[in-house]
Design a protein around this ligand. Structure first.
Ligand SMILES: NC(=O)c1ccc[n+]([C@@H]2O[C@H](COP(=O)([O-])OP(=O)(O)OC[C@H]3O[C@@H](n4cnc5c(N)ncnc54)[C@H](O)[C@@H]3O)[C@@H](O)[C@H]2O)c1
Ligand SMILES: [Zn+2]
Length: 380
């Protein structure tokens, strides 16, 4: 097997167990379905996850887009050791719902799989969130492994154990905390990712810099062009940094009673966009990008960020082709949608705002009129 360009291991410490995040670049893993490859090449993903599969039963959950790219070789390689079944779901945020969860349960029941089954999420955040939720609830909880294949899922959703599905009235409203046994982030899967999805993932990368580390923002300003050009070593370095931030936060506050909430920077505004525009029309990362600008503008109105800071945030988002203005949404509608957000406590909207670049706070200590002003600025 060729030496990976990039290989690093991190550990996530949680109440239930500690688990590894393996960030690697298997040059052979890309397009694993290429049946002309030899068996060593084809099993690189499988050989890395196999030690974390306890028992003989495996259900791989993936979708119609990812399956033709990466399923076959993973499945074939695992079949030499395990009883492997597959559940291929339709692709899209609009399918992140109970009906897809039922399809996973059906596959598990048809095979008479039991508590010893390991579910493997092969795909982006939608597949990861749903597979995790199915794992959390099937027989009151079974093991699962994350193989995130989008940048967004590699830097964010695959780590930390938040699982769940959407309700028609609100995103991620139904779910559970349930930690995976391991996370395998293979940078080479990013080669097939559409450019728009790569940019959406970069929104979450930029988010870490804005809330945690101004130096990382400077690093990104220098390195984002290489990441856009699919330099896998640079992408791997960024994924490593983001996973390390996330692992640290999750270790401190697994259930989001404090510091973990800061990871939702831009998300309360972003959820309004996603819910209003219909799931899937604005990508999650795109909505978060526009939402981060709104949060930054409110932070500026409070005198925390300078206008130069806000310009800098917009510039870095534009550099990676992300939107910086939300679509037209009536202010009352937006406030109503915010009222459904999980960050609301005692009827008051709490927002994550920036005290400075690299420092975030969760607060309800702002004039509602300023929020209204921010919500009124949009595309017409
Ligand atoms: N659990 C958490 O902590 C957490 C955090 C952030 C986001 N999320 C959730 O993650 C979801 C968004 O995740 P996402 O951005 O990965 O979206 P996604 O899962 O919809 O994937 C984006 C698109 O890329 C395709 N795809 C995936 N991997 C590919 C590859 N290697 N090559 C080509 N195409 C590929 C998918 O089929 C899909 O069409 C949202 O539902 C969001 O709520 C969860
Ligand atoms: Zn997000």
């Amino acid at each position: 097997m060729a030496t990976p360009l990039f290989h690093t291991n991190l550990t996530v410490k949680t109440q239930s167990h500690d688990y590894p995040i393996v960030i690697t670049e298997n040059s052979n893993a890309s397009r694993l379905n290429n049946s002309s490859g030899n068996s060593t090449e084809k099993s690189s993903m499988a050989s890395q996850i196999a030690p974390y599969i306890i028992g003989r039963q495996v259900l791989i959950v993936t979708n119609e887009t990812v399956a033709p790219l990466y399923l076959n070789a993973l499945q074939k390689a695992l079949e030499s050791q395990f009883t492997v079944k597959v559940c291929v779901l339709p692709d899209g945020e609009q399918y992140k719902n109970q009906s897809s969860i039922n399809q996973i349960y059906d596959a598990l029941m048809v095979e008479h799989f039991n508590r010893d089954v390991t579910l493997i999420a092969l795909g982006g955040g939608v597949i990861g969130d749903m597979t995790g939720f199915a794992a959390a609830s099937f027989m009151r909880g079974v093991n699962f492994i994350q193989i995130p294949t989008t940048l967004l899922s590699q830097v964010d959703s695959s780590v930390g154990g938040k699982t769940g599905i959407n309700h028609a009235q609100g995103k991620n409203m139904i779910g559970a905390f349930w930690q995976p046994q391991m996370v395998l982030a293979d940078m080479s899967t990013l080669k097939t990712l559409p450019a728009r999805e790569l940019s959406a993932g970069l929104a979450e990368v930029i988010k870490y810099a804005l809330i945690m580390d101004a130096d990382f923002l400077t690093w990104l300003e220098d390195n984002l062009p290489a990441m856009m050009a699919l330099d896998l070593a640079v992408l791997g370095e960024a994924v490593k940094r983001c996973c390390q931030y996330k692992a640290d936060i999750v270790a401190q506050d697994e259930r989001e009673s404090g510091v973990r909430a800061l990871l939702n920077f831009g998300h309360t505004f972003g959820h309004v966009i996603e819910t209003h525009e219909g799931y899937g029309n604005w990508l999650h990362g795109e909505a978060v990008a526009a939402g981060m600008v709104q949060a930054a503008e409110l932070s500026q109105k409070l005198g925390w960020l300078t206008s130069e800071d806000v310009v800098r945030i917009k510039r870095v988002l534009v550099l990676v082709n992300l939107p910086i203005t939300p679509p037209a949404i009536d202010v009352q509608t937006a406030l109503g949608l915010m009222g459904h957000d999980k960050k609301v406590k005692h009827g008051q909207i709490r927002l994550i705002l920036l005290k400075s670049l690299g420092e975030a706070v969760l607060t309800n200590d702002f004039d509602a009129e300023l929020l209204t002003q921010v919500l009124s600025q949009h595309h017409s």
